[in-house]
Design a protein around this ligand. Structure first.
Ligand code: NAP
Length: 547
């Protein structure tokens, strides 16, 4: 804490803005630009020392987005759309980071961003109707509004494995990866975790390292990304088509038209896998390849049909992986659709390369990490590097790690003990003038994240304008409206595969010890969600209370 703050009460020493924005990723940059357009003073507080958020921290080998870059990009600036060229359908982390730096420069955003600044606490001051925000360095800010653009997958989760600290080699986290990279050549590497991050990283590390040991607890549903380069002529054609492309996105369920290889899914909606003979199922494998397990109308609705889909997936893995035991281990034993589907580049090929060994933790669990490597129940595997691709405390983790105190000193993380209640994923009762970009209860993680961010930014900007026009100082949801929204969000998953007992996913919080098992995202798609948002506004912001 600085000397000034040791003697001066925080409010008096604080710097004042109309809006404090937390985070300088896709969300924070978009919000800052919008606040400026509204004529408000805003300061972005960013923990990293550069812009990018997710694309700043997750710089592990092989990191790339799994939707089209031309869709996973800002639509609010026609100039930026025309000035930026994407080199690949699914750009890598470095390209996405360069894009966000380009946007920050192009819109002159940096002068309002304070880097290397971690927000640790914020308290709502009822008497003044504003927030007192505290940073780790002991600086204070006062703002009428706080907009948390803290991300849905931004609170890293280290695994609870005995002895991790005793490892004498190098330990790397995919989601806090060193800025200067890491040279794996000649190294023996353990990778723990086979979610999206592990599946992307493993083949790339294996290309460089001496040997990679993959410690797998749950197998992944992953399909080839079928990524490719975009040439200059194609990019010109895309630029000419941007207005129509954005419109097609708006008219789609998830705000993205191209989700890797899943182009044939439900090609024949009347085709039920349970009604089809095995030959027909296998012929679909020949015809549709990795899309085949998903290509039946009943797979996502019926547990038995889902099991048949998993069996087809197993068939594809068997055709791809030379070692039959590994193929069996690499076939998931939980429902399709339960965890986030993954798109990969050369994942199964890596297991045929001779440079990758699969350690199936269901058969041989980790006992502990030692100074020289990983000890399972059956063997000691010595390595030079451990890469942890073990995921995030998703949706609520980033906010709960800040000590957020609302009305009457109530704490957000306590309010969320039984699940993350909010109205529309935008605001929480008892926390006036705090907005969450893509908060829990919104569809963001199930749709195109950038589109979700732009929609929330516009919604908040309209709300602030409405408040200004009506001379309101405060807005927050009512408890009744918030509870009704939570019921609606949960009603969409109750009884479905996603919430079935055999599902454990970060959507449900079940990857975090002690976290309440509650589905945290809205699965109704972006069109229905936006309709609900619009109806609430048209009805005079029904469910929100202004004062
Ligand atoms: P994740 O999907 O949560 O995967 C974490 C992995 O670590 C799982 O395989 C998990 O096993 C394993 N694990 C956790 N604790 C473990 C332990 N103690 N011992 C052994 N294994 C352990 O995390 P992620 O891969 O970082 O991905 C999270 C989300 O980020 C994705 O679903 C996606 O939404 C996003 N993401 C997107 C991209 C992209 O766009 N391309 C890339 C990366 C991430 P269990 O499954 O058994 O728990």
């Amino acid at each position: 804490m600085s000397d000034a703050n040791a003697t001066t009460p925080p409010r008096e020493s604080a710097t004042r803005f109309d809006v404090i924005v937390i985070g300088a990723g896709f969300g924070g940059l978009c919000v800052l630009h919008k606040m400026r357009e509204l004529g408000l003073t805003a300061r972005v507080l960013e923990m990293g020392d550069g812009v990018g958020g997710t694309w700043y921290w997750n710089r592990y080998p092989g990191a790339r987005v799994d939707v089209q870059g031309i869709e996973y990009s800002y639509s609010f600036s026609k100039e930026i759309e025309q000035e930026w060229d994407w080199s690949e359908i699914m750009p890598t982390q470095p390209e996405l980071e360069r894009y966000l730096n380009f946007v920050a420069d192009r819109l002159d955003l940096r002068r309002d961003i304070q880097f290397a600044t971690k927000v640790v606490a914020m308290t709502y001051d009822e008497a003044h109707g504003d927030w007192l925000v505290q940073t780790e360095a002991g600086d204070y800010f006062v703002a009428q509004f706080v907009i948390a653009a803290t991300g849905c997958l931004s609170a890293p989760l280290a695994p609870n494995i005995d002895g991790l600290d005793s490892f004498a080699g190098v330990t790397l986290l995919t989601n806090q990866y060193p800025k200067d990279g890491f040279d794996f050549s000649g190294k023996r590497v353990a990778v723990v975790g086979t979610g999206s991050s592990g599946v992307q990283a493993i083949p790339v590390i294996a290309d460089e390292a001496d040997h990679v040991y993959v410690f797998q607890r749950s197998a992944a549903f992953t399909r080839p990304a079928n990524n490719r380069a975009i040439g200059p002529e194609e990019m010109q054609a895309i630029k000419a088509d941007y207005p129509a492309l954005r419109q097609r996105q708006l008219n789609s369920f998830s705000g993205t038209l191209h989700f890797g290889a899943v182009t044939h899914v439900a090609a024949d909606p009347d085709d039920k896998i349970l009604a089809a003979p095995m030959e027909k199922r296998l012929s679909k494998v020949d015809e549709l390849g990795w899309s085949a397990p998903w290509a039946w109308s009943d797979v996502m609705e019926d547990v038995e049909a889902n099991k048949a889909g998993v069996a087809l997936y197993g068939e594809l893995v068997r055709r791809s992986v030379d070692d039959p035991d590994w193929a069996e281990s690499l076939t998931p034993h939980y429902p399709i659709g339960c965890k986030r589907p993954i798109l990969d580049t050369g994942y199964f090929d890596a297991f045929n390369s001779g440079r990758v060994t699969l350690v199936d933790l269901r058969k041989d669990p980790i006992r502990r990490v030692t100074s020289t490597g990983v000890q399972t129940e059956q063997e000691q595997i010595d390595v030079d590097v451990i890469v942890l691709a073990t995921g995030f405390d998703a949706m609520t983790g980033a906010l709960n790690r800040i000590d957020i105190r609302g009305r009457d000193g109530r704490r957000l993380r306590d309010e969320w003990t039984d699940g993350p209640y909010s109205l529309l994923g935008l605001q929480v009762a008892g926390f006036p003038n705090l907005f969450t970009i893509t908060g829990p209860g919104s569809p963001a993680v199930h749709i195109n994240m950038v589109m979700a961010i732009e929609h929330h930014t516009e919604w908040i900007a309209d709300c602030l304008t409405y408040m200004h026009e009506h001379d309101y100082r405060c807005v927050e949801p009512t408890v009744d409206a918030q509870n009704a929204w939570a019921d609606h969000v949960w009603s969409l998953v109750d009884g479905t595969i996603r919430a079935s007992d055999s599902c454990n996913s970060w959507y449900l919080g079940s990857n975090v010890p002690g976290k309440r098992r509650v589905y945290m995202s809205y699965v109704g798609g972006q069109i229905m969600y936006k309709q609900k948002c619009d109806e609430i506004v048209a009805d005079g912001y029904r469910g929100f209370r202004f004062s």
